[in-house]
Structure formats: structure tokens, C-alpha cells
Design a protein around this ligand. Sequence first.
Ligand SMILES: Nc1ncnc2c1ncn2[C@@H]1O[C@H](COP(=O)(O)OP(=O)(O)OP(=O)(O)O)[C@@H](O)[C@H]1O
Ligand SMILES: [Mg+2]
Length: 330
Amino acid sequence: MTDEAGHPGLIPPLAACNDAACEACLAYHRPQAGALGKRLQPNPVQVARLSQRPAAPSEADGSKPWRREIVLPEREGILALPHPMTEPIIQCTDVHKWFDHFHALRGVNMQVEKGEVVVIFGPSGSGKSTFIRTINRLEEHQQGTIVIDGIELTHDVRNIAVIRSEIGMVFQSFNLFPHLTVQQNVSLAPIWVRKWPKDKADEIARQLLERVGIPEQAEKYPAQLSGGQQQRVAIARALAMQPKIMLFDEPTSALDPEMIKEVLDVMTGLARSGMTMLVITHEMGFARAVADRMFFFDEGVVVESGSPSDIFDRPKEERTKLFLSQILSH
Ligand SMILES: Nc1ncnc2c1ncn2[C@@H]1O[C@H](COP(=O)(O)OP(=O)(O)OP(=O)(O)O)[C@@H](O)[C@H]1O
Ligand SMILES: [Mg+2]
């Protein structure tokens, strides 16, 4: 179900179309500068740099052809009508986090461009969850800066509310409401938080359940679903709030092996639609196929980052090599 501009029905477009006057794109991709918090203005240097980018590499060199199809038109749109998306959508600079005296994040730097898929991996206790939780303020960082879509995460609760409204999160445990049907789980937040009429929220829930491949489960309760199905409901529920960024914290690690693929398939589809995603996972097949960049965490720092082939084929750091040898040997 698509609208005239090729956008999927009531779901806002994940990638801007080529129509500079498209209202859906204007509403979704070009929020009013300075509506709340301080939104950054387009950076002329970055705009110029984007305009000089070489053409996307061809399929023959192993690049992802769907990235070329989906991301570049959007960037062309940015060049035609500069808007804040020319800044990285996530900018974390020297982020530190302490739990009392324990220094959990020790100066994490990460910049993520719109539409990028970033995989975060590393040993237990290395700070992966803590880091992505700081991005939507489930944890507060004490030093450094986090800027999401042009808004700095500070103590200002208005900024926190805006940033949270732009971010969806999926956890290892699905956290569905057991007393609500699948449909109600997905439509609840749009009705209560976005104040949408029930009909509109139900229609979006229906579209999203279709998108995650379980439209026939709409009237069931979570306990009547498999783990993989429940996780797909959790993804649909997060998408119902129309986030610009999706965070995943080990979304498949609680699943039986036969259900992992169905969830990874949904995540792969989401990545291909142009969603910006940060994914903590040790599913290395997924990382190699879908990630644009990978970040290896250990002891609260980013030890190494790079493309999947940098990380898998030519890791630089001994800690990265050791960790990869441990997880890939299983
Ligand atoms: N609420 C908390 N209070 C105190 N310490 C915490 C808290 N949350 C996390 N920590 C500590 O911070 C460190 C990083 O934890 P975090 O959960 O971010 O690790 P992780 O890399 O996600 O690990 P895992 O792979 O096991 O999920 C750990 O040493 C953990 O014990
Ligand atoms: Mg964790």
C-alpha cells in the first residue's frame, strides 16, 4: 500500500522521495529548526562534501546495491534542499558514564549518519548496553556530549522528550503488555502518546504487523506467540511511534535458534528501507551482511571500528582478534 509519492501508506517515509515539495518528506525529514532545543543548521562544508561524493560503487564490487538505491536519492534531496540531516543523526563525543565509582563508559566517540546501520559488539560488561541506553537517556551520561538529530541531550526534559520520540528501542526481553492483544500492544503508544484517533492507530498497527510478517496474529495475546513472533511485535510496536532511529539490544539472544532468522530478516528489511539502526548483536552473519560499520567495545571504550570487512578480514587490535576468534569458533 503506497501513496502517490511511493510512500508506504500512513507510515511516514523512511527515505525522502525526489519531490522537493513532498509534504510527507517535509514533515518527516525536515522538522522545523529550533522547534524545541537547539537544532543544528546545515553545515555548508558537509553539503559541499556530499556534492563531491563519488558515484555509488556498483554491485559487482560487493557493495550493497539497495543502499545506492535508497540512500543516494535522499542525499540528492538534501543537496537540493539543505536541511539538518546533513549533520550526523547521532554524534557522541567523549561520552563518560559512572555508576557510583565504577567508570562504565570511558570516552566513547561515535558519529552515525542517517540511514547507517551500526553493529556494536564486545564482551559482557564492556558497556554496550550502557552506551546505547545513554542515547535515549535511559542512562544519564556525566561527561561529553550526545547530539541526536541536531538536539543536544541535556538535563532539559523537553529535549529528552523530543529525542525519545525519535528513537525506538527493542530489548532482548520483549516487554510486551501481556493483557493486551498484539494489535493493542502496537497501537497503544500512538493513541496515548501521539494522540492519534483509534482508527488511524489501528490502521498503522495493521500495516506494521504486515511489515513484520505476522498480520494473522493481531488478535492474539503475547503468551500465545512464539518468542520470534513476540520480538517482531516488539519491533512493530517501536516502529509505530515513527522513530528516526532504532536501537536494538541483543534482540535475538533470548530466542531459540530457529526463530533468530525471522527476527534478523525483519531487521534486514528495516535496514534496507533506510532506517538508521544501532544494533548490539553477536550475530556475525547479520553484521557482515547488513552493517555499514562495526564498533568493538571493551572495558568502556571503543577499541576498534570499521567496515565489516575491516573488522572481520583485517582487524588491527589484538583484543578484537582475540574476541572474534572466540565468538567465531562456536
Ligand atoms: N545500573 C547499574 N548499576 C551499576 N553498575 C552497572 C549498572 N548497569 C551496568 N553496570 C555495570 O556497567 C558495566 C557495563 O554494563 P553493560 O550492561 O553496559 O555491559 P554490556 O556490554 O551490555 O554486557 P552484556 O553483554 O552482558 O549485556 C558492567 O560492569 C555492569 O556491571
Ligand atoms: Mg548488554
